[in-house]
Design a binder for this molecule. Sequence first.
Ligand SMILES: [Zn+2]
Length: 260
Amino acid sequence: MSINFILNNQQIKTCPLCENAVYKFQKRSHLIPEWMYKDCYDDKHKAIRVMLKDQHVNKAQKGFYAEIICGDCEKESQVYDHYASLILTSHAQSTNGYKSITHSVHKEYSRWENIEFKKLQNFVYACLLRTQLFEQREGKELIIPKHFNAIRKLYNDDSLINDYSYPIITIKIPEDDKFRNIVILPFRKKVAAHHVIEFSSLGFCFWIFVSSHKKPDWVYNLRLNKNGGMYLIHMNYQETGTFKDSALHIGRLAKKSSIV
Ligand SMILES: [Zn+2]
């Protein structure tokens, strides 16, 4: 994907995210933002990395950084990461970003309104895209390249408002769930026979559906909607794996590694 050539004795690279020609990449781009590790620092580096290709699961270092995108892409993604931090972290409740959202909480779900759709969508997509680029650099395969390219296009083009091609489902993990504060870096699993990229931290678990065929109705009903609304399903972390055994697999490993 990346094309390198020499100009005036300087190597020109192609940024795999914006596809611009650049002299150098950002030295340390995070795969998922630093704030997502916030409550997970104190106790035994509660981060788990699941390799997309072979479902290999292991403990990860606290912050996960790599030289994968250009400085402009890094700056842009920080805008989305910052917005997400305003609405998702527990200390964000005094910010205007948080206050502008209407939250209604029910027993089995919450409903949020007035979300800045494109910013939250791009926060989620950026975590997926950066991790994919990192995995690719390590010799692992991309999720089907046409999906990667399509998600990258949605991410890069502000005029594309599309909440149905790669819908995002958000799960809220209850306060007393022992998995709540484990960072799980993006990995691939199957939900209702569809490929999904999942990542989670700080009590939120995100699913991005990455298949070409029509998703189940419940996905369209609950997804992050372009009008700024979304449902958050209240579910224990291990329940999220009821469709497939990924969550149980992670659970077993976490136990074995004394992460929990
Ligand atoms: Zn770039």
